[in-house]
Design a protein around this ligand. Structure first.
Ligand SMILES: Nc1ncnc2c1ncn2[C@@H]1O[C@H](COP(=O)(O)OP(=O)(O)OP(=O)(O)O)[C@@H](O)[C@H]1O
Ligand SMILES: [Mg+2]
Length: 445
């Protein structure tokens, strides 16, 4: 497709399949869903861009659940693959935001795409829009989605529309249910829709072969969802009680006197995970900050942690009560040396640790579980993990943390050792709090 709505910008984009349907579809609510890398985000972004060029004064909003994930991925795609030429020509300019105004791409014809994360909605939720696009729509709650719909009251001469792009999640996910009952138009995006990966004759390009090899390496429910595009429920999920609507909560000012625990699982090829937990006076645990990343030395992680808790070399907060660690002696020694803190070896027994976590996830008579993850706890997203479609934080490990399977198909009583680094750290802190050391029994005689 070639469009030249303004003399100096020519946009080249070949939309296929669901991407083409998306460009043409005027439904009020659209869900474009499919496996990883089919061109969903690109199609959604192109639609915003082309609409802004074509309709002067159009107001659009581009959101993701968190501001960090939006700037880290979606906006990169927008600037590189969608608006590069228009930005170079000055038809589109980036406005970085101000105390009162949200960040936006501003078009010469008066159109604008405001951008933001739903973790910081104050600046944009008071505005009215003609079009809204949500990347990774499964990350947002239905309540947030409906709030966004209520902002679709722009006055530009064009139809109002909200589009969400996502990979499939569990079949009971609200967004799938909403599409199934007909409230949203569901477009099925497939790899063959992406000319960067699949040629018109159906053969894979070199980039496509590389990308699909990564997806082929996935297992379990991630493979079903991200490679095959199926809204699959995970089988043998260990923490069935984990429900993001219950356990993942909005950030809140944590009282400084709450207990502090750090928990660490070492890794280099696999992610290193540092978790900063707070404990309220009733013993509930809150994961407030997290580092989850690969290919960085322990020494550098220690420096990173210190830059967070002791900027300029001076601690700006109380030290943790304990630093609970995975057992690697060398890594512990390095960490201790660089942090200037002692560490303690985690209690690593798996089955009682899992039970202790399960019991903390249960909602208690007071209406609350005893363990929470604070949304946006992740300090920095690991682009390589993101790219490989691996979990990028502890929260994302939960759905794929499953029991191992015996050759006959029965479930073993141990977890599958895969994508369990955040969960391991989480188990260490829970074991530390809940599994009191057993009294030693000495048999005399
Ligand atoms: N029509 C197209 N023409 C050229 N390149 C495309 C096209 N569609 C997608 N691509 C390229 O393919 C890659 C994947 O596209 P995109 O990120 O939009 O996929 P996605 O479906 O959103 O993936 P994910 O499921 O990971 O969110 C990007 O590099 C994108 O630029
Ligand atoms: Mg995408």
């Amino acid at each position: 497709m070639t469009a030249a709505p303004e003399a100096d910008v020519v946009v080249r984009y070949e939309p296929r399949g669901a991407a083409k349907q998306l460009l043409e579809c005027q439904s009020a609510e659209i869900l474009i869903a499919g496996p990883a890398g089919t061109g969903k985000s690109l199609a959604m972004l192109f639609k915003l861009h082309l609409s802004c060029l074509a309709v002067p004064g159009l107001r659009a909003l581009l959101v993701r659940q968190t501001h960090a994930s939006l700037t880290g991925t979606t906006l990169v795609t927008f600037e590189r693959s969608v608006a590069a030429q228009a930005m170079a020509a000055g038809t589109v300019r980036w406005f970085g935001g101000s105390a009162r105004q949200p960040a936006a791409y501003r078009y010469a014809n008066g159109s604008a795409i405001l951008v933001g994360g739903l973790d910081r909605p104050e600046k944009f939720l008071s505005s009215e829009f003609d079009r809204i696009a949500i990347d990774e729509g499964t990350e947002v709650t239905e309540t947030a989605f409906e709030t966004l719909i209520s902002r679709l009251r722009g006055t530009a001469p064009t139809y109002k529309q909200i589009v969400a792009a996502c990979n499939p999640a569990q079949p009971s996910h609200w967004i799938k249910v909403r599409a199934d009952r007909g409230a949203m138009t569901l477009l099925h995006s497939r790899h063959r829709d992406n000319p960067a990966y699949v040629r018109a004759d159906g053969t894979l390009t070199e980039a496509g072969a590389d990308y699909l090899a990564k997806l082929d390496a996935l297992t379990g429910v991630r493979r079903l969802r991200l490679r095959d595009g199926i809204w699959a429920a995970a089988e043998g999920v260990i923490f069935e009680g984990f429900d993001p609507d219950v356990h993942v909560i909005a950030p809140f000012p944590v009282p400084p006197n709450w207990g502090r625990w750090w928990s660490i699982d070492f890794g280099f090829t696999n992610p290193f995970c540092w978790q900063d937990w707070r404990e309220d006076p009733d013993g509930r645990l809150y994961l407030v900050r997290e580092i989850y990343r690969t290919k960085r030395l322990v020494e550098d992680h220690a420096k990173h942690i210190l830059s967070i808790v002791a900027p300029g070399g001076k601690w700006s907060e109380p030290r943790p009560r304990a630093v609970i660690c995975d057992h690697d002696a060398e890594d512990r020694a390095t960490l201790e040396r660089h942090l200037g803190l002692p560490t303690m070896a985690a209690k690593k027994t798996v089955s009682d640790g899992i039970q202790a976590v399960q019991s903390r996830l249960k909602v208690q008579p007071d209406g609350k579980p005893r363990l929470f993850v604070v949304r946006g706890a992740l300090v920095e997203r690991d682009a390589e993990l993101d790219e490989a479609k691996r979990p990028t934080c502890t929260e994302e490990e939960f759905p794929g943390y499953v029991w191992a399977v015996k050759p006959g198909g029965a479930l073993k009583e141990e977890p599958l050792k895969q994508d369990d680094h955040g969960i391991d750290s989480l188990r260490y802190v829970v074991a530390q709090r809940d599994l009191a050391p057993r009294p030693r029994i000495r048999i005399l005689g």
